[in-house]
Design a protein. Structure first.
Length: 293
């Protein structure tokens, strides 16, 4: 089996456990996932099987979409509901209007400080290990990109928002920072990813559904093509001679009608061959080829 199984990860389990499940159901050892979800979060988790694992790296620059629940009046050390409460604030003045106005400040390129309970490494060690040991360590701020942040609803001190953002963005930090902006504290109480790496929640299957398909010998029905990972890229359709060159890892030459830093390659019959990288002067190098190591 080669391609992507899009798992609708339940809340309360790790992304790694979903990879283990796919490895067990498919019988394939070469399995990996794109875009780790915290145990609290649910939703779209693309899991690559077989040679599709070679194309995971090209999914990193794709925007991701989340629907988040933010509880106001209570901040935690993890910035979500799994942590210890660090501040109880008065959220009585918080309204839908004030949340929507504050949320507008989180659109575009924003500077964000990641949670201390995160997997970001400092001196080769994840931040969460320092936090668990009670050690203080400086957490560097970073610039991240948020395409949109939309207010949906507010009731009983909990707001539902939707965020579409680039890689490295922590929705937990947005929730925490919203609480700071409104002066009452806040934390992330629920999170669901609805799109990631070009895959949407409509592509996703629950673990139970995948298990049933596997037991019926129909797991292939849920498998999506490996080139879905790069479908946003330019594409070149090649003749038989150039197709062989690409398969063998040899550079080829052709003129592109558009500037591109990466290009999908297909045979004239529509077979996905791999990914090409430009080398200048109309030459392209097969960076990743289907079916090779």
């Amino acid at each position: 089996m080669n391609g992507f199984l899009i798992v609708d990860k339940p809340s309360g389990v790790t992304s790694f456990s979903m990879v283990s499940m796919v490895r067990r159901l498919t019988g394939v050892r070469r399995v990996g996932h794109a875009g780790t979800l915290d145990p609290l979060a649910s939703g779209v988790l693309p899991v690559a099987v077989g040679y599709a694992t070679r194309f995971i790296e090209y999914m990193d620059d794709a925007l991701k979409t989340y629907v988040a629940s933010v509880r106001f009046g209570e901040a935690t050390d993890t910035y979500d509901s799994t942590g210890a409460v660090t501040w109880n604030g008065d959220a009585s003045d918080v309204t839908a209007a004030t949340i929507e106005a504050a949320l507008a400040e989180f659109v575009g390129e924003i500077v964000q400080t990641p949670p201390v309970f995160s997997a970001i490494k400092v001196a080769g060690k994840p931040l969460y290990q320092y936090a668990r040991e009670g050690a203080e360590v400086a957490v560097a701020s970073r610039t991240v990109y948020v395409e949109r942040a939309t207010f949906h609803s507010y009731s009983d001190s909990v707001a539902e928002i939707e965020v579409r953002c680039g890689k490295g963005t922590y929705i937990r930090s947005i929730a925490h920072d919203l609480g700071l902006r409104l002066g009452c504290g806040a934390h992330l109480s629920g999170l669901r990813r609805t799109s990631s790496g070009g895959f949407h929640v409509t592509d996703a299957r629950a673990p139970e559904e995948l298990t049933v398909l596997a037991s019926d010998g129909r797991l292939g029905e849920a498998l999506l093509a490996a080139d879905r990972a790069v479908e946003r890229r330019a594409a070149a359709i090649l003749g038989s001679e150039r197709s062989v060159d690409v398969t063998c890892g040899r550079d080829i030459a052709f003129e592109s009608s558009r500037a591109a830093d990466l290009c999908r390659a297909y045979s004239a019959e529509g077979e996905f061959l791999g990914v090409l990288r430009p080398r200048g002067d109309g030459r392209w190098h097969p960076e990743k080829v289907v079916g090779t190591g």
